[in-house]
Structure formats: structure tokens, C-alpha cells
Design a protein around this ligand. Structure first.
Ligand code: ZN
Length: 230
């Protein structure tokens, strides 16, 4: 089986279309912190993760950066910009290391023109991504730190499994909250048996408990995905 089929968007293409696209895909490994695109850089390549998480981040003047969307093996980065010679509107970094399929933006334009089903699948994901960002916007404005943290962990668990290699400091930064708030929430969650954490690693012990404590935003995002893509 082609390694590229580890990405859900590529796996969902009909066989004939995938066969036309596959020769132009290469595989790469991206490490945590690798920058995929700087803010306002022209998008030269598109990425389809097999694992790991790509994070879209809004950088703020005076420091700080807040994550507005996560892309895993359910999605892609760069289609809308690649199709239209556009730039990335925010910073895009690898949040959790993983393998990706990569394709040149020029090639994406040609293939999308030749294969409407490929184009449709890319654009469906772009629509889903906007819905994810909108949900994050509402969540950040209204929901408290503990349910938000639970929501984040649910989303990450879905994309990479039960072991999350990331520090509380990073989590706090990405959520736009104080480090001490996340530390307190993580301590509560550990006491209640939801997670265990050590430096740089969170292990998920009880997904049902985390689900019960999370805000509705993760299930809202999942239901958008099911409607638009699956
Ligand atoms: Zn929420």
C-alpha cells in the first residue's frame, strides 16, 4: 500500500485520480518546531500529514502566539494558497513531529484543473478548516481553561494517539493562557485519573473522563468534518 494513503484526504480519492497524483508526491519527516511557512510567505508546497500535527499560529506584537487550527492526517496545509499563487496568512509550524506527503504548489494547480474530484476534496478541507478556526474563536472567548484544555487533548489524541510530546509551557502559550493556569488544570486532571504527565510528555489514561470534562467544541468540529468530508 502506498505510504501516501496514510493521509485521509489522499486515501479518500478515487483510485484513478490518486494514481495520477501519486507520482508527484514525495515523503518527508518534519521535526517539532520545523517552520512550514512564515506569515506572508508565498506557499510553494502543499503538505498532507501521515502523522504528527501541523499548527497554524497567529503571532502577536509584543510576543506570544496563539494556535488557531491543527492539521493532522485528516487534512492538508496549503491548498487554497497553492491554487491561487497566494501567501500564508499566518505562521505554520510542526507542533508534533511526523511524516508528511509533499507536493509542489505548481503541480497542485495543474492537477486540480485536470481532476475536479481532487480539487473538490482540497476545497472541502479548506471549508472545514475555516469552521475549525471559527470554533476556536468562540471557544477562546467563552470557555474556561479546564474544558478548553480537555478539548485540546481530545483533538490531539484523535490525530496522534495517547502519548503527546509537548510541554505545559507550550500548551499554555498555544492556548493564550498563563502557564500557572495550565499547571493547575493538569494537576487536577492527573488527580482525577484523566492523564499522567511528566516533563515534556502527557499520557492519556481515561478518554471518557476527558470527553465528559471538555467543552462542546471538539464534537462540534468533528461533526463539521463528518458533514463536509467523510
Ligand atoms: Zn470550547
Amino acid at each position: 500500500m502506498s505510504r501516501h494513503l496514510q493521509n485521509h484526504l489522499l486515501a479518500g480519492l478515487d483510485r484513478a485520480t490518486f494514481a495520477q497524483i501519486e507520482p508527484f508526491l514525495t515523503t518527508a519527516h518534519l521535526s517539532q518546531g520545523d517552520v512550514i511557512s512564515e506569515t506572508h510567505a508565498t506557499v510553494q508546497k502543499m503538505y498532507f500529514p501521515h502523522g504528527g500535527i501541523i499548527s497554524c499560529v497567529v503571532e502577536l506584537i509584543g510576543g506570544g502566539a496563539i494556535e488557531t487550527g491543527m492539521i493532522g492526517n485528516d487534512g492538508q496545509f496549503g491548498a487554497a494558497a497553492a491554487l491561487d499563487h497566494k501567501v500564508s496568512l499566518n505562521l505554520v509550524v510542526m507542533q508534533i513531529a511526523g511524516d508528511v506527503s509533499v507536493i509542489e504548489a505548481d503541480r497542485v494547480r495543474d492537477l486540480a484543473q485536470q481532476h475536479p474530484s481532487f480539487r473538490a476534496r482540497l476545497m472541502a478541507y479548506e471549508q472545514f478548516f475555516v469552521s475549525q478556526v471559527q470554533q476556536t474563536c468562540a471557544c477562546n472567548a467563552v470557555h474556561k481553561v479546564e474544558p478548553r484544555t480537555c478539548k485540546w487533548i481530545l483533538r490531539m489524541q484523535k490525530l496522534v494517539g495517547d502519548d503527546l510530546l509537548l510541554t505545559q509551557e507550550f500548551l499554555a502559550q498555544m492556548m493564550g493562557v498563563r502557564r500557572t493556569s495550565v499547571t493547575q488544570v493538569a494537576a487536577n486532571m492527573q488527580r482525577e485519573g484523566m492523564i499522567t504527565y511528566s516533563r515534556g510528555r502527557i499520557h492519556i489514561n481515561d478518554l471518557d473522563k476527558i470527553r465528559a470534562a471538555a467543552c462542546e467544541c471538539d464534537s462540534a468540529v468533528n461533526s463539521h468534518y463528518a458533514r463536509i468530508i467523510e
